[in-house]
Every structure is written in C-alpha cells, then in structure tokens.
Design a protein around this ligand. Structure first.
Ligand SMILES: Cc1ncc(COP(=O)(O)O)c(C=O)c1O
Length: 460
C-alpha cells in the first residue's frame, strides 16, 4: 500500500500484481458508471470496468438481489453430478432471446475457457465425423482470444506470445483487412486461399475470429467482401466458423450478437464479459444444432469441464443480467445511441493530428493513433502513446483502456471506449469531453517527444 492506502505498489502488498512498476489506485466502490477510489477521487468509467464487462454499471439492484437469493438457496454444485434450474433456464433464454439460430449452450467461467472449449468442440466435431486430420485453425493475426496456451495460439501476435511460443500450436494467421494493409478484404481472402492450399483444407478444423474486434483492434470488422468469401470457403472446404463474441456478445455492438450484423452465420459462438456483467464470472459456448448432432450421433460425450461450469450462482446472475437487458430495452438503446456517440467522439477529436480513425459499433468504440508528422505511420514503440493516453485520462478522472501492439506489426496505438449500456446522455457527453481533453494533452506531449524528421516508412 501507499502510505495513505490510496494506491498499491508491488513493494507494499502480498498480491502478485500484473505490472510491478505500476502504482494501482485502490477502488472502494462503484455506483452507476462512477468509480470511487479509497482516497475519495471519482473516476468516470468509459470502459465498463476497464475490460468491457460491467454493461449494467455498478450496483444493479436486480442482479444483486438475484445473486443473494440464489446463494441462499444453493450457490454451487458440480455439473458432472447434477443440473440445476438457473443453468437450464439460462440456456433456454439465451437460445430464445439472444441467439435463436443456436441449438445448445455449454457454460464456463469466462472468455478464455469459452474459447478453449469452442476449440475443443470444433476439433471433436471433426473427429466424431471421422475426420481426425482436421486440427488446424486459421485466424486473423491481430486478435485476442484469451490467456490459456490454446487460446493464446489463436492470435498471431508474437509480442504477446513470447516467451511461451514453445507451448503454442503453430496455427496460420491473416493480416487484418484494415485501411493500412487491405481496405477491400481481397488480400485477406487471397491469403486465406494460399494458407488453405499450403496446409491442405482437409487439415483445417476452424476459422476462429472476433466478428468485431475488442481490445486488439477496437471496433474493427473486416469488409463485407471478406465475410462473404469466408462463407464460400467454409461451404467448399467443410471447416467450422467460430466467433469469439466474448466482448461483442450480449448487446455490446447494438445487436445481441455482432454476428447478427454480418452476412455470415457462425457455427459456434462464445460469450463472456457482459453475460455476468461483473456480478459473477461466467462465459458460454453456443453451437448450432449440426455441431451438437456430431456428438449426439457419435461418441455422445463432450466431457470437458471446469469446476464452476454451469453452477447455480453464476447462471442465476446471467439470467438476471439478461432480464435487465430485455426489460430495460438496453440493446436497443445501444443500437440507437451508438452511431451518435461515435459521431460525437469523432467530432470532439477531429482537430487532433495524431488521431487517424474513430471506429464504432454500438457502445464499442476505437480510436487509432498515428504519427502526427505524416498522419499514417505507427507512433514509435518507445513512446507507448496509448498508455500515455490511458494515464492522462485517469488523471482527468476517466477510465479508458489502451492497446499498444506496435511490435506485433499489425496495429499501433489504439484506445478503447466501451461505456456501460446504462450510461446517461449526460454521462456519455462527459466521457467524450474528458477524452477530448486527454487527447489534446497527450497530443502536446507526443509532438514534443517527436520534434524531429518524419519517419521513413509506414506499418510493418
Ligand atoms: C475477444 C476476447 N476473447 C477472449 C477474452 C478472454 O476472456 P477472459 O479474460 O474472461 O478469459 C477476452 C478478454 O479480454 C477478449 O477480449
């Protein structure tokens, strides 16, 4: 702890922190979209707990009551031995309200577990159907699918994977179809064809991706041409398409699933974050009926489990979250308010020479920073401009999340905003205003640090 308990440093705690040089503000409580620190500061949360989780804000009384009630009745049992009413009802409700195109649901405790399970399901699907050679996964390089070894291997970000590469399967990755590399999506499709040809399509189990990216490339989605081409290749080659909707699911992009805005239907979808909304750790894997049938008509076992899968307490929380989303029409609010929010954010930073692009889908927004000297190169890695923005925002009482992927070569400094769906118009306006002030301040710092000639090349 710091002397007054307001912050925590690695040399004053028994906790093993993520970043040993960071002094962490100590959070005491939350109310709506406001965080209160131990030393009495108020921080406006523009990123749903920092990890795009708390879509209902803090203190959602219906969810808290449902959790308490369930905990009194029974909070835990192992789903190897029993099923339970919250699990059964939540699975029904997810298929009814969120993803009618899906057939079955398996519950887990979070996003990494959901993606790991989806991967095993894709593999099992092919093995059950007599195609044991199918194991490879193809995925966009600039992605994040989780922290387990199998999910880490699904991203093509070498900087993130180091030093664990000896443990990671060598899957193939495509550069993102962004303005920088491939605005039309053609290069990504050509690369997909090349990879399929190289490895042999009969060895490919799945294409795995975020339909709209979260932290790795906030609010980015490939052009429509890519999705249509991917669909054709699935048809031709028989691999599955798995959508990681850990961030985008449960309404974040203005529809229950981001998939509902794209011209393609996945075979498997994963959920996390917004499903528990920060009141319980819960994730889910949803699959279409034909995927389930492969197991149903095969070994009749998909015996992969984690201790908390489908337990009554997290499922009761998921049910309560879903009820609140439906009863308050929050997904519709995100759909209707999202485009305006993006426009307001864009207008507020329009004078900033280091902002190249403001992207947005619903309440998932991304701001791409570039070198102000030419308006397109990545900012120098050493500057770590995204982190400067995150820190300056915090000083101005605003929580945003940064991603600084420059060493991976596919994206540079990006800032992510993902407000709670319950944020009022006044709170959204305040977030935009504080963010614009942050960008002005960091813009000055960046300009001063860069006083020198323009960089030689762009991108990787
Ligand atoms: C798109 C995406 N998938 C998966 C995960 C992993 O989820 P978790 O941290 O709950 O394991 C994350 C986490 O940020 C994510 O953003």
């Amino acid at each position: 702890m710091g002397a007054d308990g307001a912050t925590v440093r690695s040399d004053g705690t028994s906790v093993f922190p993520r970043l040993l040089d960071l002094e962490y503000p100590n959070i005491e409580r939350g109310e709506g979209v406001w965080l209160h620190t131990a030393d009495g500061r108020q921080i406006l949360d523009a990123c749903s707990g920092g990890a795009m989780v708390t879509c209902l804000g803090y203190g959602a009384s219906e969810v808290i009551a449902a959790a308490a009630e369930q905990a009194e009745r029974i909070s835990y049992m192992y789903n190897h031995h029993f099923s339970n009413e919250p699990q059964e009802r939540l699975a029904d409700r997810l298929i009814e309200a969120v993803a009618p195109e899906m057939g079955r649901v398996r519950f887990v405790s979070g996003g990494s577990e959901a993606n790991e399970t989806a991967l095993r399901l894709a593999r099992s699907y092919h093995v059950e159907r007599g195609q044991p050679d199918r194991w490879r996964v193809i995925s966009p390089a600039q992605a994040y699918h989780g922290s387990t070894m199998a999910t880490l291997a699904l991203s093509g970000r070498r900087a993130l994977q180091e030093p664990h590469t000896p443990y990671l399967a060598g899957h193939a990755h495509l550069p993102p179809a962004t303005w920088r590399f491939d605005p039309s999506g053609k290069a990504a499709l050509d690369e997909l064809d090349r990879v399929l040809e190289e490895v042999g399509p009969e060895t490919v189990a799945a294409f795995f991706c975020e339909p709209v990216s979260g932290a790795a490339l906030p609010a980015y989605s490939p052009p429509e041409r890519f999705w249509r081409g991917l669909d054709e290749r699935r048809e031709e080659h028989g691999f599955l398409i798995c959508f990681d909707e850990v961030v985008t699911g449960m309404g974040r992009t203005g529809s229950w699933l981001a998939a509902h805005q794209l011209p393609i239907e996945p075979d498997v979808v994963t959920l996390g974050k917004g499903l528990g909304a920060g009141y319980a750790p819960i994730g889910a894997v949803l699959c279409r009926e034909h995927v389930y049938e492969a197991i149903d008509e095969g070994s009749r076992e998909f015996d992969l489990g984690h201790t908390w899968d489908g337990a009554p307490l997290p499922c009761a929380v998921g049910l309560a979250v879903l009820d609140v989303l439906v009863e308050r029409g929050l997904v519709q609010r995100v759909r209707e308010r999202g485009p305006g929010l993006r426009a307001e954010l864009e207008a507020a930073v329009s004078g900033a020479e280091m902002v190249r692009e403001v992207r947005g889908r619903g309440f998932l927004l991304g701001v791409e920073l570039v070198d102000p000297r030419d308006g397109e190169s990545f900012l120098p890695h050493e500057l770590d401009a995204a982190t400067l923005v995150e820190q300056a925002a915090m000083d101005l009482g605003l929580l945003v999340t940064s991603s600084h992927s420059t060493p991976d070569g596919y994206a540079g400094d990006e800032i992510l905003l993902a407000p709670a769906y319950v944020s009022t118009d006044e709170e959204l306006a305040e977030m935009v205003e504080r963010f614009a002030a942050t960008i002005v301040e960091v813009g000055r710092t960046v300009r001063a640090a860069l006083a020198g000639p323009a960089p030689a090349g762009r991108g990787r």
